[in-house]
Design a binder for this molecule. Structure first.
Ligand code: UDX
Length: 434
């Protein structure tokens, strides 16, 4: 099929490549010309497992092309995917202005029947809103159908998840568009769930809010574990053996970040409010997370009372391993709070995007772990990068002013920790002052 994907961000780029891999002719439209040029040359614009290989494979086979020209892309496609950003607003509403802008542009070039698929995460009711917008723009109803097709990929595993997801959700309101989606997704061999557009839109928020709640739940259990001398990993493992609970998303730590969970939980609360439903559980999950990411600062304040002038090392700036994305990363909140208390920060992350430097221009960015540890009073591990779990702990004793470790992602081996002269704090695996 001829497909056009509007937006070459995380979701747009992976969607484009996923369909190109399955033999469709894909045009991906992106307004940032620098991105377009890079992608057409086979240079990935995000750090993502297997992305470079797939991009080059699709370019060589001539199944993908990146452009700024939305006119040609829309005219020559049977199916148009909208994959633009839907950022959070201050009142937790979702800003869908980029969706509106794209739909207005599509309206100019809609020459014959096409299926318009919304892949962006959008509030319940957006499918109807887009339909109304197209009609107001003078497009006749027989020229389009609108599908709601939320995306569930994880950063870091985006290519894998798109090609091997657990399910594909399709909200539709015409048989014709349903059949087109069925045909398009057939080669993926993934369970398709067809439903109303409103349900499809809600499934995305409900899934993310549920997973975020699971994380906040295990984090509260972890905090209790530290008080009563239980090990959260054993608790989570045994809970996860119950198939109804599952072991996934039970890793305790300094909370969830990223472009989805923080934004989507808040959006669901707002969508609920607008419909007279108070999402008490989701609100609590958000609150627990906001407190959880500051646990390291609480530990330090209890220990030192005064942080002014103390050198602190932050290991890991991205919101999780496997990505260069720093959006809503717990480390950002920790750094901000430590700076407010007058601490001096040295940070290390080999992958974090340069954007971090504009957020915190006055901290020291080190090129390796060792430099970041020299003369530090404490090291806080904020991301579960393998490089940190493999760290030779003897360097902490040798290089740091005081070898205090706050393992915000429980990545260090307790067996190793106990061999060294460290003061070690974990999230629910106990504290060890050797
Ligand atoms: C998430 C959803 O998983 C995905 O389906 C959706 O499409 C987008 O949002 P992503 O944000 O890429 O994906 O990352 P994910 O792997 O889900 O992790 C989110 C955050 O939760 C990270 O900060 C991670 O460190 C944290 N997390 C995850 C935990 O603290 N514990 C866990 O057990 C799992």
């Amino acid at each position: 099929m001829n497909i056009c994907v509007i937006g070459a961000g995380y979701v747009g780029l992976i969607t484009s490549l996923g369909f190109a891999k399955h033999g469709n002719k894909v045009i991906c439209v992106e307004k940032d010309i620098e991105k377009v040029e890079k992608l057409n040359k086979g240079i990935p614009t995000i750090f993502e497992e297997n992305l470079e290989e797939l991009l080059n494979e699709c370019l060589i086979s001539n199944h993908i092309f990146f452009t700024k020209d939305i006119h040609h892309a829309v005219k020559s496609s049977d199916v148009i995917f909208i994959a633009v950003g839907t950022p959070e607003m201050d009142n937790w509403d979702v800003n869908i202005s980029q969706v509106t802008e794209v739909v207005n542009q599509i309206s100019y070039y809609l020459n014959e029947y096409k299926v318009i698929v919304n892949k962006s995460t959008v509030p319940v009711g957006t499918q109807k809103y887009v339909e109304k917008l197209l009609l107001e723009n003078g497009i006749s109803r027989d020229k389009f159908d609108i599908i709601s097709n939320p995306e569930f990929l994880r950063e870091g595993k985006a290519v894998h998840d798109f090609l091997n997801g657990d399910r594909i959700v399709v909200g539709y309101d015409s048989e014709k568009s349903k059949e087109i989606m069925e045909k398009l997704y057939e080669p993926f061999n993934i369970k398709l769930v067809f439903t109303q557009p409103e349900a499809a839109e809600l499934i995305k928020y409900a899934s993310n809010a549920f997973l975020a709640t699971k994380i906040s739940f295990i984090n509260e259990i972890a905090n209790l574990c530290n008080k009563v001398g239980a090990d959260v990993e054993t608790v989570a493992y045994a809970m996860g053996l119950d198939k109804r609970i599952s072991p996934e998303f039970m890793k305790a730590g300094i909370g969830f970040g990223g472009s989805c969970f923080p934004k989507d939980t808040k959006a669901l609360v707002r969508i609920g409010e607008k419909n007279g439903c108070d999402f008490k559980i989701v609100r609590s999950a958000i609150e627990v997370n906001e407190e959880q990411r500051l646990v390291p600062v609480r530990i330090l304040l209890e220990k030192f009372k005064e942080l002014k002038g103390k050198a602190m090392t932050i290991l890991g700036l991205t919101f999780k391993s496997g990505t260069n994305d720093i959006r809503e990363s717990p480390s950002l909140f920790i750094i901000k709070e430590l700076l407010r208390h007058g601490a001096i920060i040295k940070a290390y992350d080999s992958k974090a995007s340069n954007e971090i430097k504009s957020i915190f221009p006055d901290i020291t960015y080190c090129n390796n772990i060792i430099d970041s540890l020299v003369d530090s009073h404490c090291v806080i591990i904020c991301t579960d990068w393998e490089e940190f779990s493999a760290l030779d702990l003897s360097v902490l004793e040798e290089k740091m002013k005081s070898p205090i470790v706050i393992d915000g992602r429980n990545v260090l081996s307790l067996e190793e920790v106990k061999k060294y002269n460290l003061e070690y704090y974990s999230i629910g695996r106990g504290n060890y002052i050797n």
